[in-house]
Design a protein around this ligand. Structure first.
Ligand code: FAD
Ligand code: SF4
Ligand code: SF4
Ligand code: SF4
Length: 432
């Protein structure tokens, strides 16, 4: 029978552990202190004598092939990137969500809809912690879900105090350890493809809190990054920017670094290989193939989310959420048009007030342009918001969808093709 020791030998010693924490969180002997998460984020024995050698930790590790057949079968997995019932390009209708979102805010809009309609009483999401790090959160309210909206690293508010170690990875699976103790009955889980895999295995085994998982929302993922101060400086040099001028960072087909002056630096992902977590180099799942719904930025215009529907539950969730909180590409709703008109009016007003100030200064250079800078900042902000509300490029919807899906599938193929042959996993098996 396999045990945690087998995991150490097969996964840890091969640098394949990506720190989901599933083995510790769902360990049968967790209350007896068999395992713990070490300071380096890796699981380890706390008291090996307490281990019951039940093999659960081994079976639910996403890095071993055990249970692959079962979870693929449950998800109706098929080549080349899992079951895809349909693809959509969506964005949140709520301005508050759209303003904070990584892409179109579809994930947050769906979570809020599920919460407000009483289908879930909580959600595992992730929030910013310090400058670059993120931490999981078991959100109980819509406000908390909104607080966690976005997957970028917002560096606009911090003092520029740099520590020495950073990781963009949010060990969200670990938050599931509190689901039952905190009395949750129905939750949504948001996570990366590897985390979705752990969760599906946990569900297949019927381990607590499997019965409290209502739905699984997966995020596309090229990789997570960990770096120290030296690599941070190297990144600055490669990207020709300075951290102190950065407003936020987002990862999609490239790493986009948004500067405070409105400019954007785009770094190709392969230039960041030196900070990519080693375990991510052996990962074959780009699009969260086992989720109910998968979300990403690639394939869609800026400000929209690419959404893959993968299960009947995913279909149902999307159908209901769309009625209330989502806008589909090509279907502009009247609210959005109203918002655009309101923005246009404020932009015009600001521009004429700024022009007035400039005339006054031309006539009398002694005049102080009091408030001009604030107006300029506000103008930039409003223009950015308006950009987010622009109708997508005029393309027939079906054509946009086809090319979007093709981009996603190409990313999936690329990720599978990049795994070193010696570390490649056999193609996920399915039950005939
Ligand atoms: C590490 C990482 C890598 C990614 N790589 C790609 C990529 O290569 N290509 C691509 O198209 N898309 C990628 N994405 C997904 C993309 O960034 C967006 O999350 C997705 O498009 C959904 O956008 P949205 O505006 O609908 O989500 P939002 O409404 O902004 O909601 C995002 C949700 O994700 C949660 N979240 C944020 N960060 C994390 C995290 N680290 N771990 C778990 N949950 C988190 C938030 O709490 C929030 O609930 C990546 C996401 C992450 C976290
Ligand atoms: S008790 Fe079971 S789940 Fe826990 S470490 Fe031992 S083998 Fe793994
Ligand atoms: S279950 Fe997760 S944390 Fe545990 S060994 Fe596997 S990848 Fe690492
Ligand atoms: S690349 Fe794979 S292993 Fe790395 S965080 Fe993304 S899904 Fe997990």
């Amino acid at each position: 029978m396999s045990s945690f020791q087998t995991l150490v030998e097969e996964v840890h010693q091969n640098d394949r552990c990506h720190m989901c924490g599933g083995c510790v969180t769902f360990c049968t002997a967790i209350n007896y202190g068999a395992l713990e998460i070490g300071e380096d984020g890796l699981p380890r024995y706390k008291d090996q004598n307490s281990c019951l050698e039940c093999g659960i930790c081994y079976m639910l590790c996403p890095e071993v092939e055990e249970l692959d057949v079962e979870i693929n079968s449950l998800a109706n997995w098929e080549e080349p990137a899992g079951k895809i019932i349909s693809s959509s390009i969506l964005r949140a209708r709520d301005r508050q969500v759209l303003d904070r979102a990584t892409d179109g805010g579809a994930v947050t809009a769906i979570l809020l809809h599920l919460m407000e309609s009483g289908r879930i009483d909580g959600a595992v999401v992730s929030r910013n912690k310090g400058l670059f790090n993120r931490e999981p959160m078991l959100a109980r309210t819509s406000e908390q879900i909104l607080e966690c909206c976005g997957s970028y690293f917002d560096v606009s508010h911090g003092t520029y105090h740099y520590g020495t170690q950073y990781s963009t990875y949010s060990p969200s699976v670990q938050a599931l350890g509190d689901v039952k103790t905190q009395g949750f009955r129905s939750i949504a889980f948001v996570g990366t493809p590897c985390q979705v895999r752990t969760l599906r295995k946990m569900q297949a085994l019927g381990v607590v809190p499997a019965d409290a998982i209502y739905c699984v929302l997966g995020l596309f993922c090229t990789g997570n990054f960990e770096f120290d101060d030296n690599s941070r400086k190297r990144l600055e040099k490669t990207g020709e920017f300075s951290w102190k001028d950065v407003q936020k960072i987002n990862v999609t087909d490239k790493v986009y670094i948004y500067m405070q002056d409105g400019s954007i630096h785009a770094l190709p992902l392969d230039e960041l290989d030196f900070i990519k977590r080693r375990a991510c180099n052996y990962c074959h799942d780009y699009s969260a193939e086992l989720a109910d719904l998968s979300f990403g930025g690639v394939g869609s215009d800026d400000g929209w989310t690419t959404v893959l529907t993968r299960s009947p539950l995913g279909m149902e969730i999307l159908r209901y959420a769309e009625r209330n909180s989502l806008e589909r590409l090509g279907m502009q709703d009247p609210d959005t048009q109203d918002q655009r008109s309101a923005l246009d009016a404020e932009i015009q007003d600001l521009k004429s007030r700024m022009q007035h100030l400039q005339y006054r200064r031309l006539e009398n250079p002694e005049t102080t342009a009091h408030g001009y800078q604030e107006m300029l900042e506000r103008l930039k902000y409003l223009q950015k918001q308006k950009q987010k509300l622009q109708p997508a490029k005029q393309r027939p919807e079906q054509h946009a969808l086809n090319s979007c899906l093709e981009v996603v599938l190409e990313k999936c193929r690329q990720k599978k093709g990049q795994i070193p042959q010696s570390r490649s996993r056999t193609a996920p098996a399915t039950v005939a």
